[in-house]
Design a protein around this ligand. Structure first.
Ligand SMILES: Nc1ncnc2c1ncn2[C@@H]1O[C@H](COP(=O)(O)OP(=O)(O)OP(=O)(O)O)[C@@H](O)[C@H]1O
Length: 705
């Protein structure tokens, strides 16, 4: 205690110190204490959350594009090789690049790598990539800064992934640089592909698919159509100022209408590839589509893109069928299935997100109105710079307001295949020796083969592009395989190569038909076969998709394809006829059944009505009887009462008369006695014997009762 006193004493001064010095000492003491408090509190803050004290932190939600850019960038960082904690994944961050992307730090089976045969059919190289683990902080060196990277989940219960990147810096320019670099790298990967986004029920765009660009040359349309459309769209994209100067909204719409399978969607994909634009698809027949959702979606499309409104005619019918007889009545079952089908099953990283977001929020509001659609297309909130494509199979069903210029500036009709198209399709399908050079230049690069995938399906044949994203082919492999496979029979040599004693039997015809590459034809032969094929195809009777289906069946046999086109047409017609008849019969049967059911229903209703009528009558009768009974009873009671009253009065009168005559009746006589007397009097005394005075009395009493 003495020690403490001696310590404080010099500070507060002795009893003899001046008051000014004392005050100064107190100020110094207070200041020291406060400084100590602040220093200790800062040190505590620093210890608890150093990030908030010195770091600049950016958060990237998986719902937004930068997340994907950064995940790709991160997966390529060599730091992950040295990291003591990382995640390995075969899932690609870049949409649609599964197996094809080689990140710096990715790896695969060495044997697989040495093999070097990228062309092996159905063989997918699985590369493993390092990625940041969840809830662990990683440090990466970037442009003179140490970045702290952390992957976590949002705390709002949505389960949404968030990537947080912190850096010690005075401003956020380093983070901006990082995002831009990640974007650039991402886009460099995406240059040969188009990204497809589908609208979801939250009013957001979800990345769904990535496809190889489809070459324009693979689209077979009447001369000039493709060129006109491509030039028009190119011209539009260059004319922003022109539109602005004239105060015209910078938007352009194209309406592609016509028969199914004629190339509407294919053309849009090819144009998107040419213009390097992504496609944003809304299916207007989706069950959850409403005015507000569509408005939100249209407000969220990027400045340069293609918006595709599929099945414009189905916008207000909600029917999933494209049947001409579609009534437009809301169909709950179709609505449910539509939910599942409205957007193709997404793959890769978007898959899990898509499912998670849809799982707990699937609305079935379906309240799209015409005015809502028009507003979304060209209302104030509608994005500028977008190219709108709308497709329909039933132009006649469209409201004129929808298809007026300004909304749909260019209309293109798609018909069934002409002879010209048939020939061009044939030429596209089968390789020619003269085309090889062109082919090598990459005209067919990235053409996807139509599904379904089978072990025997090669990804390298010359073929038209299809909707299946899982097949890809490269030009060089196409040519090399074409030359490798000579005749159908040559395959047999491979299979029986080790046999010494017996030669292999000839390859059966149907097996040969399954070969997947045709021998390149010389130009003259190709021209002759293509003509033969086109001659057999009737003008505008079959869709291009149908012809493509036929050619696919004979894709290794151009001769057969040309020879058998005429019988195929006949068999197709027969098939169509048969299907038509079956449909008619089915319709007649259904109509008869409907009629029968209607009659039965009418009969039942009639019986029911008769029964009800009878019951009603019965009830009425009962009521009448009841009323009658009540009346009778009341009447009887009344009669009884009247009778009693009359007899009492009569007795009284008789008594009065008797009194008047001087007779003594006695005061204690009972009512019964009086009544009995009255009765007997009534019976015994004839009315004629009544005196005039008695009659007068009775009448007076009756009137009053
Ligand atoms: N004109 C065409 N040129 C090349 N291929 C075509 C053409 N028309 C159709 N096809 C082929 O037929 C298939 C279906 O074509 P697509 O989906 O583009 O037709 P669509 O008119 O959009 O049909 P729908 O109206 O039913 O959506 C595709 O595999 C495509 O390659």
């Amino acid at each position: 205690m003495d020690a403490l006193k001696s310590l404080v004493q010099p500070l507060v001064g002795g009893a003899g110190g001046s008051s000014v010095i004392d005050g100064m000492k107190l100020v110094v003491l207070g200041g020291t204490v406060e400084t100590a408090r602040r220093v200790s509190s800062s040190a505590w803050c620093l210890r608890v959350s150093p990030c908030t004290a010195f770091f600049l932190t950016a958060h990237f939600s998986e719902e937004d594009y930068p997340y994907d850019w950064l995940m790709l960038w991160l997966s390529r960082r060599p730091e992950w090789q040295r990291s003591r904690e990382f995640e390995t994944t075969t899932r690609t961050t870049t949409p649609g690049f599964s197996g094809s992307r080689t990140a710096d730090n990715s790896f695969c089976d060495e044997e697989e790598e040495d093999d070097g045969d990228d062309t092996a059919p159905g063989k997918v190289k699985t590369r493993v990539v390092f990625q940041p683990t969840f809830d662990t902080t990683h440090t990466i060196y970037y442009k003179g800064h140490w970045l702290r990277v952390r992957r976590g989940r949002k705390s709002d219960g949505s389960g949404c992934e968030v990537l947080s990147i912190s850096v010690v810096a005075r401003n956020n320019s380093i983070l901006k640089q990082l995002v831009l670099q990640a974007k650039k790298e991402y886009e460099a990967e995406a240059i040969h592909r188009i990204q497809i986004y589908f609208a979801d029920s939250h009013g957001s765009w979800r990345w769904t698919d990535s496809r190889h660009k489809r070459p324009m040359s693979s689209i077979v349309l009447n001369p000039g159509v493709k060129e006109m459309l491509l030039n028009d769209t190119r011209d539009f994209l260059k004319s922003e100022k022109w539109y602005a100067d004239r105060g015209i909204p910078f938007r352009r719409g194209y309406l592609l209408h016509g028969v199914p399978g004629s190339g509407k969607s294919s053309l849009i994909h090819a144009i998107a590839g040419e213009l390097m634009l992504d496609i944003y698809v809304v299916s207007l027949s989706s069950s959850w589509i409403s005015d507000s959702t569509l408005q939100t979606l249209m407000g969220r499309v990027p400045a340069r893109c293609i918006v595709l409104l599929e099945d414009l005619d189905a916008a207000f019918t909600r029917s999933v069928t494209r049947d001409k007889n579609s009534t437009g009545t809301p169909d709950s079952s179709s609505a449910t299935s539509e939910e599942g089908n409205s957007s193709p099953e997404p793959t890769s990283s978007a898959n899990s997100r898509h499912k998670r977001h849809n799982k707990d929020h699937i609305s079935d509001v379906n309240t799209l109105s015409l005015s809502g659609l028009l507003n979304a297309l060209d209302g104030v909130a509608a994005a500028e710079g977008r190219i709108l494509f709308a497709t329909t199979n039933h132009l006649e069903r469209l409201d004129p307001a929808l298809s007026r210029p300004g909304r749909m500036d260019v209309w293109i009709e798609f018909k069934n295949a002409s002879k010209w198209q048939a020939e061009a399709l044939f030429r596209n399908f089968f390789p020619s020796t003269e085309d090889d050079a062109e082919v090598l230049e990459g005209d067919l690069e990235g053409i996807d083969l139509p599904g379904p995938q089978s072990p025997t399906t090669s990804s390298n044949d010359s073929s038209l592009w299809s909707m299946s994203p899982s097949f890809s082919s490269s030009t060089s492999s196409l040519v090399s395989r074409s030359t490798k496979n000579t005749t159908p029979g040559s395959g047999a040599e491979e299979f029986g190569a080790k046999n010494q004693a017996y030669l292999p039997p000839p390859v059966e015809e149907h097996i040969a038909a399954c070969q997947h590459s045709a021998k390149p034809l010389d130009a003259a032969k190709l021209a002759q076969l293509a003509k033969k094929f086109a001659d057999s195809i009737p003008e505008e009777e079959f869709s291009v998709a149908a012809l493509q289906g036929y050619l696919l069946k004979n894709k290794s046999q151009p001769e057969t394809a040309a020879e058998e086109a005429a019988p195929w047409v006949i068999s197709e017609r027969e098939l169509k006829e048969r299907l038509k008849k079956e449909k008619e019969q089915r319709e007649i049967k259904e109509k008869l059944e409907r009629e029968k059911r209607r009659k039965e229903l009418l009969e039942k209703e009639k019986e029911k009505a008769d029964l009800e009528k009878k019951e009603l009558e019965l009830a009425k009768l009962k009521l009448q009887l009841q009323e009658q009974g009540t009346k009778d009873k009341a009447l009887a009671e009344k009669k009884e009462a009247d009778k009693a009253a009359t007899s009492v009065e009569a007795t009284v009168i008789a008594d009065a008369n008797a009194n008047a005559k001087g007779e003594d009746t006695g005061v204690n006589e009972t009512k019964e006695e009086l009544a009995a007397d009255a009765d007997s009097d009534e019976e015994n005394v004839p009315p004629s014997s009544s005196t005039p005075s008695e009659v007068t009395w009775v009448r007076v009493v009756e009137t009053s009762s």
